[in-house]
Design a protein around this ligand. Structure first.
Ligand SMILES: NC(=O)c1ccc[n+]([C@@H]2O[C@H](COP(=O)([O-])OP(=O)(O)OC[C@H]3O[C@@H](n4cnc5c(N)ncnc54)[C@H](O)[C@@H]3O)[C@@H](O)[C@H]2O)c1
Length: 270
């Protein structure tokens, strides 16, 4: 896919989907700038180096615009110009009906899931445009489209990511910079695997594919969007959810979705 020797920055690379993305891009010969709050990101860097590429890490909160700007500059000095950005870091802070949602949880979800990608794009998109080549991949969620019971902050932040994706495309596609959003359904990360078995089974029963996604499946899609072959794809919203999105279009499944959300809210409180 001819991305060898380029440098990608992946946020939230310490575990889960972000870690899988870092390892997959390393297989393409891409050097990795890895950002996370957790120093487990250093383990990811060690694995990445075993694949024969360079890696550097920074412990940064993506919602801190100043820290992001200075870390991005340092990482580019260390590894060379960053031409691929994967905005993956994200969190769910609160699972509760909107009227009972904690204000600080709402603010944190917006700050990390939406301002985070903005901060990274702001720091990187102009140099990409000047160089005439760039790839920005934003990890949104199925929750962006249909809403999600008891996750107003998460759903709103992930929907905001779509608006950001569209606008960056309008402004920068002419300079060879693409910007796309990936909307995963439920993906089997360490956290998801730790959910009570009953909840996991009820989630799987709702997915037309009757299984959760694998982190590597998301990583393959990121690798494609980061490649030369994806040059004419920009502003796209790409579902990777085994057909889950279609459930929110059928009225029959709404009560099941609410029951599942209530079970998740209870598990979150425990
Ligand atoms: N797993 C799923 O089922 C699923 C589904 C849809 C969307 N997503 C999205 O995919 C992305 C990755 O999810 P995951 O399941 O791998 O999550 P995860 O919780 O396993 O990993 C997220 C990583 O982001 C880091 N992080 C959190 N806040 C940060 C911050 N402020 N600054 C820097 N790093 C921070 C965490 O330390 C962690 O390493 C998220 O944006 C999530 O919303 C996940």
């Amino acid at each position: 896919m001819a991305s060898q020797g380029k440098t990608a920055l992946v946020t939230g690379a310490a575990r889960g989907i972000g870690r899988a993305i870092a390892l997959r891009l390393a297989q393409e010969g891409i050097n990795l700038a890895l950002v996370d709050l957790s120093d487990d990101v250093d383990d990811c860097a060690s694995e990445v180096r075993k694949l024969g590429v360079k890696a550097a890490t920074r412990l940064v909160d993506v919602s801190d615009a100043e820290a992001v700007a200075s870390s991005v500059a340092e990482l580019a000095d260390e590894l060379g110009p960053i031409s691929i950005l994967v905005n993956n870091a994200g969190l769910v802070k609160n699972i509760a009906p909107t009227g009972k949602m904690a204000v600080d949880a709402w603010e944190t979800e917006l700050a990390v899931n939406l301002s985070g990608p903005f901060n990274l794009i702001r720091a990187l998109v102009e140099p990409m445009a000047k160089a005439g080549w760039g790839r920005i991949i934003n990890i949104s969620s199925v929750a962006a489209r249909g809403g999600l019971h008891f996750q107003a902050g998460y759903s709103a932040s992930k929907n905001g990511v779509l608006g950001l994706t569209h606008t960056v495309t309008l402004e920068y596609a002419r300079y060879g910079v693409t910007c796309n959003a990936i909307l995963p359904g439920v993906i089997q990360t360490e956290n998801v695997k730790a959910m009570p078995k009953g909840i996991r089974e009820s989630v799987e029963a709702m997915v037309p594919a009757r299984r959760m996604g694998e982190v590597e499946e998301v990583a393959h899609l990121v690798a494609f969007l980061a490649s030369e072959d994806a040059a004419y794809i920009s502003g796209a919203e790409i579902d990777i959810d085994g057909g889950t999105r279609l459930n929110s279009l059928t009225l029959g499944s709404q009560s099941e979705l609410r029951e599942r959300a209530e079970a998740m809210a209870r598990a979150f409180e425990e």
